[in-house]
Design a protein around this ligand. Sequence first.
Ligand code: GLA
Length: 405
Amino acid sequence: MIVQVLVEKTISLDDLAARAAATFANQFGRPARFVTAAPGRVNLIGEHTDYNGGFVLPMAIDRYTVVAADLAAKGKVARILSCTVDEQVEIPLRKGKADALPVWTSYIRGVLDAYDGEGIRPVPFDGVIDSTVPLGGGLSSSAALEVAMATLIEAMSGSQVTPVRKALLCQQAEHEGAGVPCGIMDQFSSVLCQAGHLMLLDCRNQQTKMVPLADPNYTVLIINSNVKHELTGGEYAERRQQCEAAAAALGVESLRDATTQTLEQHQSRMESILYRRARHVIGEIHRTTCAAEAIGTARWEEVGRLMFASHASLRDDYEVSCAELDILVDLAERLGSERGVIGSRMTGGGFGGCTVSLVQTSAAQEMAEAICGAYQKETGIEATAFSTPPAHGAKILLPQATARN
Ligand code: GLA
C-alpha cells in the first residue's frame, strides 16, 4: 500500500459521507436513505489521447463527491443542496434544459436525462452534495459529480446499467448537459478504477487492463497550481477539431491509426500546426503503452522519462500547458532523482490545474514543500499538494450491501 503523505489536509470518505448525511438530516428533517460516492481521477500519462481512440493511464484519487439523498413523497423536482457552492436548487425532472439554474446543475440534469433515455425514469428526490475533489483543478470534479449522481439514480431505482454504459451515459451528460465535448477518460476512471491500480484504457475498444501500483516506495503526488485559465472550453474543442483535421490529412479514421512514419511522410503537405498536434497524439499514445509496461516491470526511470517527455510534448506541440504548470514541472525536474523525483507532468485538460508526479515515498513530503515554496516565490501563488493511493471507483455506501452467503 502506498503511504499517504498529506500536505493539504482533507477528510476521509467515511467522514465526508457522514457529514453529507448529517447535512441532509438537518436540511430535510429526515435521515438520508441513500449515500453514494464517486472519486476524482488523476491521469499518470496519456493526455489528449482519449478522443483520438488512444490509450490513457489514469487512477482514481482518494477524493470524492458524495450524494446523500432520499426519495420525496411527491413533487416533480429534485431538491438539491450543494455544500461545495452553498446553494440549494430545484431541478425539474422533465427533460430539457433549465436555463435559469446555475451551471453546476447542468451535470445533474444531463445525468437525469441520459438515464431517462435509457428507460430509467427520474423520480422526485431530495439530496445533498458534498465533495473533497478540488473544483476546476483538472481532477475531474465534474465526472465525480456525474458518476455519483448516476450511482444514486441506480441505487434509488434499483435498476443498473453495465459499468461501461454508466460511464458512457455520464460522458453523454457532460456533452449534452454541460456542452463540453470531452473524451471518455474521466467518467471511465470514476466508474471503473480499482484500488491499488492504474487503469490502462484503450479508448478505441473501451477495454481496460489494471496495472498494479502498489510498491510502498513510490507515491503519486498531485500539486495544484491553483490557476485556471479561462480559455479551456473553446481551446479543448479546437484541439479535437485539429486532431480530426490531422487524421483526415493523413488518410486515417483517427490518429490512433497513424504512425510516426506516416506522419513524417505527410509533413510537407500538412499545416505545421496540425503536424505538431498529431505528433503529440501519436507520440503520447506510444508513451502511454510504454509507461504501462515499464510500471509493470518496475522500470521507474523509464516511467519518469516518459512523463517528462509527455509534458514537453503537451507544452510545445499540443500547447495546452501554461507558465505555472511549466514552473511546477521544471522545479520537480531540477530536484531530480537525487531528491526522489521519478517523473512529473501536467495532468488533465491543461491551461492550469494540477501536475502529477511520481516520487519516492520517503522524499515526498520534503519535495512537495520545496516545490510549493519555490513556486510561491516565483509566481506569488500558493500551490497545494497532496498524495493519494490509487483509489476505487464509485460505490453505494448506503443502503449497505447485505453480506452474501
Ligand atoms: C479532459 C477531458 C478528458 C481528456 C483530458 C485530456 O479531462 O474531460 O476526456 O480528453 O481532458 O487528456
